[in-house]
Design a protein around this ligand. Structure first.
Ligand SMILES: Cc1ncc(COP(=O)(O)O)c(C=O)c1O
Length: 560
């Protein structure tokens, strides 16, 4: 009797120990699969972000925060005054209207605040106020309220693929197709049948669902994966953007932690090990844009504190990574989701699946697919798209949305999808990478020939600007580019998005202006470099400033 009890006791103890060891090993594997940057540690990043104190530079420090001598600081001061005068005359009306609207539109306040590192924000906003309005678009250009025409490099967050005139036509012709129905919602307009058919063809998947935005499409894809696998966790890769829903934005930007999200290292063995061993993973979410900058966040100029931004697009290596992910997801019944909201239709007609030669279980699309109107779409395998169970009628996966499949959106989408089938569209996709790679090379040759510390890197028509010498002022380039007539999005030089209607001549104009802007910035002394200036030294200086301000700023003392 005693022996049996003892045996049972030891048996239970051994089992508990074995379970703990397995759990411990899995925890260790999880930590190893996290990227070592802060972006790889969402909770820590949020905690540290909450500690960063605000402080800013006064007139002196603003111009010499890199240790530049007085004559360089003076040159910069004069340059900023000149640029400011130019902005305030050339963009007067646009600036005035932006200022008028800003007090009542929170988004304008936010984007305006996050154009440059915060230490420089106040003086930059005074000197170079935001000009956030445009009145028209034509060809590859947009025109502001003062009548200035800019070559558009913002790409409207990626929506603008075929040129604004195409989307104006798609919206107009689409509206004509559904005018009789108007905004009646619930029952569909019949042209949705063709949309679903074409989307199934393009994605190679069985079914389609329509949503109002890319964010919603991602929410639905993840919800379906959780529903069908019965597992809780989603895996996203470090730095990847998938919209602003909490579960896919576990770090800075989301006020609460995302408990059922693993943020793992892109292109890493350790990640594959976690996928192989954890049993609670419902899906892996891939944003193929990360191939351009694996494990790094969207490169905004407000984070451009030094010149350490690096990118390197290796198509073959990323395709191989996706193949390995595909294999493990299949083996472990994890749903592989490609979030093609940004890159879908931009890299290839068949999207990232075709471009990298790997098939996903669910694919999300959005942006350009709406033909210029707001949209999100999920395409997926039939078994994964189903939202109810035949044998369990109360167990459903709910997804609705008042404006889903809005007739006007469906009609503009129909114009987009039908255009994709034309020989003109085929011609646009032919040799796409060669064209954009060559244009990037051309520009880099010119920048190097002029000894400017700037270069571009690209993934097809998506570009980013990198800086080749340490500097604290790289974010100024966005203002010089605007002065030369190049329009960027609010995140600045980190992302330039070209539409396919850029001809060689249009591009030559962009290159000319880009080089002129960088040359002016160089002349004005912003890229002065002392022997002690390294990226590491810059970061160390900023860290010291933060610690000092954290400890000694009056507001902090009050709080303590
Ligand atoms: C890859 C990706 N997924 C999702 C989204 C969110 O789409 P939306 O802004 O339409 O909600 C974006 C937007 O930039 C995106 O790039």
């Amino acid at each position: 009797m005693v022996a049996t009890t003892l045996l049972a006791f030891y048996g239970t103890g051994t089992a508990a120990l074995a379970t703990s060891v397995v759990k411990l090993r899995q925890r260790l594997e999880l930590s190893q699969a996290k990227h070592k940057s802060l972006a790889g540690h969402s909770r820590l990043a949020r905690r540290i972000a909450a500690l960063v104190p605000f402080y800013d530079y006064g007139d002196d420090r603003f111009f010499s925060s890199d240790g530049a001598p007085p004559e360089i600081a003076d040159r910069r001061r004069q340059a900023l005054a000149r640029l400011s005068a130019l902005y305030k005359t050339r963009f007067a009306e646009t600036i005035a209207r932006t200022a008028e609207a800003s007090a009542g539109i929170s988004d304008l306040q936010f984007t305006d605040a996050y154009r440059v590192p915060f230490q420089y924000r106040r003086l930059v906003r005074d000197a170079l106020p935001a000009a956030g309005f445009v009145q028209s678009s034509h060809g590859v250009t947009v025109t502001d309220l003062d009548g200035n025409r800019f070559c558009d490099l913002s790409g409207s967050y990626g929506v603008n693929l075929f040129g604004y005139d195409f989307y104006k036509g798609a919206i107009e012709r689409g509206a004509a197709q559904v005018r009789e129905l108007g905004p009646a919602l619930g029952p569909y307009h019949p042209l949705i049948i063709e949309n679903a058919k074409l989307l199934r063809q393009i994605s190679g998947l069985d079914e389609v669902s329509f949503h109002m935005s890319g964010t919603e499409a991602v929410m639905q894809a993840v919800r379906l994966a959780r529903y069908h696998t019965g597992r809780s966790h989603l895996v996203r890769f470090c730095g990847a953007y998938h919209g602003w829903w909490g579960d896919v934005q576990p770090g800075i930007g989301n006020p609460v932690p995302a408990h059922e999200t693993y943020t793992l290292t892109d292109m890493a063995e350790e990640t594959l090990r976690v996928l192989r061993t954890r049993r609670n993973i419902a899906c892996v979410l891939v944003n193929p844009l990360q191939a351009l900058h694996p494990n790094a966040s969207a490169p905004s100029d407000s984070a451009l504190v030094d010149s350490s931004r690096r990118v390197h697009f290796d198509k073959d290596a990323y395709a191989e990574w996706l193949r390995r992910l595909r294999q493990i997801c299949t083996e472990k019944s994890i749903v592989l989701i490609f979030d093609e909201v940004f890159v879908g239709f931009r890299l290839a007609k068949g999207g990232a699946q075709d471009y990298f030669g790997v098939r996903a279980d669910l694919v999300t699309y959005g942006k350009t697919l709406g033909g210029g109107l707001p949209v999100g779409v999920v395409c997926g395998r039939g078994d994964l798209m189903k939202r109810f169970r035949d044998d369990r009628p109360a167990d459903i996966c709910f997804a609705r949305g008042t404006f889903n499949a809005h007739p006007y959106v469906m009609a503009a989408m129909n114009e987009f999808l039908r255009y994709l089938q034309t020989p003109q569209a085929d011609a646009l996709y032919r040799g796409l990478d060669t064209i954009w790679n060559e244009r990037a090379r051309q520009l880099n040759r010119r920048l190097a020939a002029a000894a400017l510390p700037v270069e571009v890197a690209n993934m097809s028509s998506i570009w980013t600007v990198c800086y080749t010498a340490p500097s604290r002022y790289n974010w100024m380039l966005q203002y010089y580019l605007r002065a030369e007539g190049l329009a960027l999005s609010w995140i600045g030089t980190g992302r330039l998005i070209f539409s396919f209607n850029y001809s060689d001549e249009d591009f030559a104009a962009v290159a000319e202006r880009f080089v002129a802007a960088a040359a002016a910035m160089q002349r004005d002394g912003w890229w002065w470099r002392g022997p002690a200036l390294t990226d590491k030294a810059i970061r160390r200086t900023i860290m010291k400033e933060m610690i000092v301000h954290h400890l000694f700023s009056p507001r902090q003392r009050q709080r303590d």
